[in-house]
Structure formats: C-alpha cells, structure tokens
Design a protein around this ligand. Structure first.
Ligand code: ASP
Length: 354
C-alpha cells in the first residue's frame, strides 16, 4: 500500500505520528452535497497551530481516506502495521478516524497491540475541520498534547484510548452514544482517564500502569464469522434459528436484557444449547449501557449458565464483537478461546460476577 507521508514539524522534545484514516474530520462536500473524505495535506493548512505545539509531528495518510462506516479488517491490520513499523521512531500515535466505528477500531487495536507501552489515541470530529464551529481542531490538538504528555521522562498514557470532547477514555470501554452533539463518546462502565480543561487532569489510578519492559507484538489474526443477536420481546424461533444454525457463524454476541436476562422459553434455550453443542461460542452482553451481566441472578438467566453461555460481564458490544473476532482468529482451540473470552485481555472488562 502506498501511504502519503507529510512532515509537519521537525523540532520538539517528543515525537507523534498522526495516522489519518478519514472520517468527518477531514471531509468536504462533494458535488451532490454529501460529505466525503479528502486529503490530509489540506487539513494541515486548516490547523496552523500544529506547527506551534513543540511536538515533532509527521502525518501518514491512508492512500484513500475512508468513511469509518466502511472500515474493514484489513484497515485494522494496516493501522497496527503502521504502528509496528514506526514504533521505535515515535513516542506516541494519534489515529484520526471517523466517529461511527471508532469504538470498534479502538477495541480491536487494543487487543492487537499486545505489549503496548506508548499512547495510541483515536480522535475525530462531529463536524469537518473546514466548518467554522468544528470540534476537529480542539480534538486533534488536545489528543496530541495528551499523546506527548510525560512525567520524569516517562509517558503518562500507555494504552489505546479515545479522546473526544474534553474526555480521554479507555478505547476498549468507549462507545459512541450520541450522533448530534459534540459529547459523542462515553465509557459508562469505566472512569474517564483524563479530562481537559484549563489543565489536562489525568486520573492516574484509572490509567494502565506503564511497563518499561513491555515489548510490542502485533497479533493480526481475526475471524469475522461472528454475529450480534439482539433479543427483543416477540423474537421468533424461526429468526433465532436462522442465525444460530447458519453454518458460517462461529461466534455470537447475544445482547440481552438488563443484567443478562433472556426469555426462558424451552425453544429458545434449546436453540442456544444446540448451537453451543455444534461448537459455536455465545457471549452474553447487556443491552444496557451501564451495569453488567450477572448470569444466574434471575431465573431467566440461570439456564444460560447451565448450557454454557459465557458471561461478558460489563463489556460493551463493540469490545465484545471485536474480542470474539480476535480470539476466533488467534485461538484455534475452542476450549482456550472459551477460557479467555470472559476475562480481560486489554482492560475491556472487570472480573465477571458469578
Ligand atoms: N460517517 C463518519 C465516519 O464515521 C462520521 C464521523 O466521522 O463522525 O467516518
């Protein structure tokens, strides 16, 4: 792949590589009036402050910037590859990405970048950089400041995060919750890692501790034969069977009610039991934004424990589906996959409540 590389600022104590993938951040209106991504070269002209930050800055741009609704597994591999190739030369990485699937990408990258001990910060914007009221400028500049932040020569952040609208969030805990306000992202089940006001206030106890011995190892095997089954009152056996009996489906994230409850009808439990017996993996996550799955708390979820549905605890759907793709790709032994699934790989969930 041919990446475009632009050096923006060559002097400064810390160095940051910006990876521009596309998204509203750098979009302009096409002839029909629809927003489409454009080249990052022009974006720099819109943010002259980038040259005054005192950070050595380079931008590497996807050859064809994309709307993140079109993100593919290959794009995740490309992002991880760029980080791996440039890991020794830069202190930190900022990924400019569309907001629609940013939480999925941040979750997946947090699994792929094993042994990460540098900041990888995703950011983007709700309005294009060319709009007068755009949030793009603030998001980018503060993401860069956070990426370059260090104390006693050591980076403060050493994990994959999302920075958006004054909040730094753990990437694998983040979710896009709003599409029409600047406060688009939250991490309901995990504390904010930093808040940007006049000062950037880091929440040190919530940050992943820096590990000087950690060695980056990119794990890029994935399997996308997965599905999200969102249950709802009145869902039919026919529909559930058509999903669970699909021979291509290897893993299912089942979005359930409240603290992990489903209908307890025999036909439904039988469908799940048969799917598990045929080798499929089913992970239970809650439709609620906050709180967690507690299989067995109610009678309606007790049976799930008995038949081997795995609890996703307080994981988000975005982190769960990417984790399933990641583990299906990297763990060939189902028993090992099932052992890892209910445990944290990259801080995406707390210990599962039994
Ligand atoms: N559709 C855009 C994208 O995700 C939305 C955005 O960037 O905010 O690429």
């Amino acid at each position: 792949m041919k990446y475009k590389i632009v050096n923006i600022n060559k002097s400064g104590e810390r160095s940051v590589l910006i990876i521009y993938t596309g998204g509203t951040f750098g979009m302009i209106q096409d002839a029909s009036g629809a927003l489409a991504p454009f080249n990052f070269g022009k974006v720099v002209d819109r943010v002259p402050e980038l040259r005054q930050l005192g950070i050595r800055l380079t931008v590497i741009s996807f050859p064809k910037p994309i709307d993140s609704s079109n993100i593919l597994i290959q794009d995740w591999k490309d992002m991880a590859y760029i980080i791996e190739e440039n890991y020794a030369q830069y202190d930190a990485f900022v990924i400019l990405h569309g907001t629609d699937t940013m939480a999925y990408s941040a979750s997946m990258l947090s699994y792929m970048l094993e042994g990460l001990n540098k900041p990888v910060i995703f950011t983007g914007a709700q309005m294009p950089i060319g709009s007068i009221r755009s949030d793009a400028r603030e998001n980018l500049i503060t993401a860069l400041e956070i990426a370059a932040a260090h104390s006693n020569g050591q980076t403060i952040v050493s994990e994959v995060c999302v920075y958006f609208n004054y909040l730094l969030l753990r990437g694998s805990r983040s979710q896009k919750l709003r599409s029409s306000t600047f406060a688009a992202f939250e991490s309901e089940n995990y504390p904010v890692l930093a808040e940007a006001g006049i000062e950037i206030e880091f929440n040190y106890p919530a940050l992943k501790p820096f590990d000087p011995e950690a060695q980056l190892k990119v794990r890029n095997l994935m399997d996308s034969n997965v599905v999200i089954l969102k249950i709802f009152p009145g869902i039919t056996e026919h529909v559930v069977r058509s999903i669970l009996e699909n021979p291509n489906v290897k893993g299912v994230v089942m979005e359930t009610f409240g603290s992990g409850n489903t209908m307890s009808f025999d036909w439904f439990i039988d469908c799940l039991r048969e799917a598990i017996a045929s080798g499929k993996v089913i992970l239970n996550v809650s439709q609620c934004i906050g709180g967690e799955v507690e299989q067995g708390r109610y009678e309606t979820s007790k049976k799930l424990n008995e038949i081997g549905v795995l609890s996703g605890g307080d994981i988000t759907t975005e982190a769960a589906i990417t984790k399933l793709m990641f583990l299906l790709g990297s763990e060939k032994v189902t028993k090992e996959l099932k052992r890892q699934l209910p445990h944290s790989l990259a801080g995406e969930m707390d210990a599962v409540l039994e």
